[in-house]
Design a protein around this ligand. Structure first.
Ligand code: SF4
Length: 471
């Protein structure tokens, strides 16, 4: 992909339960998925339930390409779940597109999952030994089959048993014959929140990866789902319970740095404000004399504003992103990927010519983008380019639903900041410190980390098996 020099979010999930049995939930899920498109662009799907029958449509590509008014009108019912996918476990094909639907003797369910199970192989083997077949290579299908297997114990028990068996990261939105269910893993690594439908709608409930999508579907944000919490929504009631006694909150810090939309609020932290703060802290930690601060669009821009405020450096738009490049541009191999960076960004010469530039970006993964941007800026006449990065060096892979390159391809894995700076051709390079990052996320309690920092520190909130790590 053209933005292969970034870590990639795996998925977004969305669910709607309308109180009015005559109302169709699919259009609302469509709006929700549209707003979560940044979390996955490879495939999308919507499953609805009407009169205890689950219908599903899914396809490869963007939400707007898969669902037109006619397709949406064919999937009827007052409750629905949807999913957008970027694959990390399992190939990118229609079989692995979600939601996954399972029809069995006692009913049917549709599951949409964001995250990665760290014990999926073991659970899959146990289920296969019990004669349960799989149609995909996705770890999410393990969850569907486990719930189906436990369903005879009743809905609540089936979920509790399933969730206590699986390990890893998950935000789950599940549709049954008559209920919408949400669950978040015991560490809350992936985000999930609850919203309420009201106003012109007859009322109902929403579950979403991010708060921005609740508003897009005409709802209002109610609260985040707690780590280790299950919420069950049906016609009679909305109730929730905790399935995990001991939970240590460890929300993915990259959600704030890069993945989430800036207008979302995750676990009480406003994403846009946290990016501004990260820039301010970078300014306090590593200011440099400069004429202009610019941000790499999109997520580097708020931090550049923050850096400018903290240091008094004028903020400007030195780099513009090509809006029309699309996410489907495939750039296999390093050399093609490097050319692709030229297509993605362009520099405004009149803004940068003759100036000392501070260039702010959210992260450095392989270094391809930063190297090219330095070269573009210098080619446009910039006198100096000083790079400031809003996260600490990415040195370790992610095992919780984020697509990370092999460790040997992470430019900071075996190199110091000075070595990386030299290889990028920049005049200086600094990263925000881990404490600085924490302070940007939680200014009042920086010492108490409620965040996963695994790809920076190598310390993960749950034990992982090193399946594709150290080189
Ligand atoms: S390892 Fe990094 S990307 Fe993965 S969940 Fe933790 S902070 Fe997020």
């Amino acid at each position: 992909m053209i933005n292969d020099d970034k870590l990639h979010e795996e998925c977004g999930v969305f669910g709607v339960f309308c109180n009015d049995p005559e109302q169709d939930a699919a259009p609302l899920v469509y709006y929700g998925l549209f707003s979560l498109q940044h979390r996955g662009q490879e495939s999308a799907g919507i499953a609805t339930v009407k009169d205890k029958v689950i219908e599903m449509r899914k396809g490869m590509g963007l939400v707007g390409d898969i669902f037109d008014p006619e397709t949406l009108s064919q999937i009827k019912g007052p409750a629905a779940v949807g999913h957008v996918r970027y694959s990390t476990v399992g190939s990118s094909n229609l079989e692995n597109a979600q939601p996954f639907v399972s029809r069995f003797k006692l009913g049917s369910i549709a599951v949409a999952h964001n995250g990665t199970l760290t014990n999926a192989d073991v659970v899959r083997e146990l289920l296969e030994d019990a004669g349960i077949g799989f149609t995909s290579s996705s770890d999410s299908e393990v969850i569907v089959n486990l719930i189906a297997k436990n369903y005879k114990k009743g809905l609540e028990k089936a979920f509790t048993d399933t969730i206590q068996f699986i390990k890893g990261s998950y935000a789950l939105v599940i549709l049954t014959d008559d209920a919408l269910v949400g669950a978040r893993d015991p560490n809350g690594i992936r985000p999930l929140c609850l919203g309420r439908l009201g106003g012109e709608q007859a009322g109902g409930w929403i579950l979403s990866s991010e708060s921005c999508a609740i508003e897009a579907a005409g709802g209002v944000f109610v609260r985040d789902i707690d780590p280790g919490e299950v919420v069950i929504i049906n016609h009679d009631q909305v109730f929730s319970f905790s399935f995990s006694e001991k939970t240590r909150r460890a929300v993915c810090s990259f959600e704030y740095i890069y993945f989430a939309r800036p207008d979302s609020v995750i676990d009480g932290i406003d994403v846009y404000s946290s990016r501004i703060r990260a820039g301010e802290i970078l300014g306090m930690e590593s200011a440099v004399a400069a004429d202009l601060v610019i941000g790499v669009p999109d997520s580097g821009i708020p931090a550049a504003i923050g850096y400018g405020r903290a240091t008094g450096t004028p903020f400007g738009m030195g780099i513009v992103k090509n809006k029309y490049i699309g996410r489907t541009f495939i750039a296999p191999g390093q050399s093609v990927r490097e050319r692709a960076v030229f297509l993605k960004h362009f520099v405004i010469r009149s803004e940068v010519n003759g100036k000392r530039i501070v260039l702010i970006d959210d992260s450095i993964v392989r270094g391809t983008t930063s190297r090219r941007l330095v070269s573009l800026l210098k080619g446009a006449g910039a006198k100096e380019v000083h790079i400031r990065i809003c996260c600490p060096p990415v040195r370790f892979p992610c095992y919780f639903g984020i697509d990370t390159p092999h460790r040997k391809d992470l430019i900071s894995n075996a190199s110091s900041a000075d070595e990386v700076c030299k290889s990028l051709g920049a005049d200086s390079l600094t990263f925000i410190t881990v404490n600085g990052l924490l302070e940007s996320l939680m200014p009042a309690a920086a010492a108490d980390s409620g965040f996963c920092l695994g790809c920076f520190t190598g310390e993960y909130p749950i034990p992982v098996q090193y399946t594709h790590s150290p080189a």
